[in-house]
Design a protein around this ligand. Sequence first.
Ligand code: NAI
Ligand code: MG
Length: 358
Amino acid sequence: MKKRIVLLPGDGIGREVIYSTKVILNVIAKRFHYTFEFIEMPIGGEAIDQYNIPLPEVTLEACQTADAVLLGAVGGPKWDSLPAPIRPEKGLLEIRKKLGLFANLRPVKSFSALLHASPLKEKFIKDSDLLIVRELTGGLYFGKPSERRNNDKAVVDTLYYERYEMERIVEKAFQFARSRKKHLTSVDKANVLESSKMWREIVKEKSKAYPDVTVEHMYVDAASMKLITNPSSFDVIVTENMFGDILSDEASVLTGSLGMLPSASIRSDSFGLYEPVHGSAPDIAGKGIANPLGMILSAALMLRFSFGLEMEATIIEKAVNHTLLDGYHTPDLHIENGRIVSTDELVARIADKVEEEV
Ligand code: NAI
Ligand code: MG
C-alpha cells in the first residue's frame, strides 16, 4: 500500500505534534511494509509569513492530490493583530470548505488511565465510547442573510439547509453506526424548528435502509444533559452544524484533557483531513512538553477512515492506552503515581508499544 499524506504542521505546538505523529506512522509503515509519502506544506501563520495568506494555492493543490491530510494547529500572538480575512484561523475554515469536507467526526472515548482526570465522576464516564457526527458546511454558520437591520434595532441569522446536505450526513452516520454498536441518536429541535422537522423526516426515510441500526430521536437540550449524566448510553450521534459544535465541546470534558482529543473531517470518498481538537498552545510552544496524543490519535483515525486500516488504527490506540497505564504522560495530564516525560520521550515509549502490539 502506498499513500500520499500531506502534513500541515502550522504554528506553535502544531509542528511538534505533527513530527511526533510522523514517527509513529513510520513505525507502522515499516512493520507492515506500507509506503507513506509525506509532503509538508505551510498553512496558518507560517503561510502568512511566506505568502501573505493563510491558505496558499500550493498548499491547497497538494491537499487535492493527496490521500489524506494531517493538520497540526494554527495561530499565535504574532498574527493576532491581523484583520480577520488574513488571520491564520481563516486558513482552517477555507481548507475544510474548499476540500468539500462536510462531516466532522469527534470520537470520545475515556482512557482507563485517565478516568479521574475528568471533572465528572468516574462512574458516569466509565465505558463511554461515542462518536459525534457533525454537519460542517451548512446551517446557521453559513446561511444568508446574516446581518444587522434598522440601525442595529434588529438582527438576523439564517439556518439554511439543502435537502442533499442533510441526506449525505445522515447517510454517513448510519454507515458509522452500522460499523459500531448499531445505535444512532439523531439530535434536533423538531418541536420548534422547521429545519429540524425535515431533518427528522430524512433520518426516518434513511433508517429504512438500515434495519439493523436502532434509531433514537432526541431534542438537543435533552441530549446535552444526557451526554454528561449517561454518556455510555450513546453510540453514534448525528446532528446539524451548530448543535454539533456545542455538543462536541461538551463531550470533550469526558476525556479530561484537550490535548487528548482527535478529530476527522471527511466527505463521500475516502479522503479526509485529520487534526487534534486543541490549538497551537503558544504558552508551551517550543518547550518540548506538548501532549502529542490528540494528533497521534487523529492519525489513527486517518488509518481507519481513509485507508481502511482498522487493525493498525487499533494498534496505535492500544499503544497510547498502555503507555498511559504505565504512567507516562506530558505535564498537562495527571496520573496517580505517574511520571511526567517530554513529548519526545512519550513518543519513543508509544513507538515501543506499537512494536509490541504488533
Ligand atoms: P489552545 O488549545 O492552543 O490552548 C489552550 C490551553 O490548553 C493552553 O494552556 C495550552 O497550553 C493547553 N494545551 C492545548 N493543547 C495542548 C497539548 N497538546 N498539550 C499540552 N497542553 C495543551 O487554545 P487557545 O490558547 O485558546 O489558542 C491558542 C492559539 O491557537 C490561538 O491563536 C487560537 O486561535 C489557535 N487555535 C487554533 C486551533 C486550530 O488550529 N485548530 C483551535 C483552537 C485555537
Ligand atoms: Mg467549537
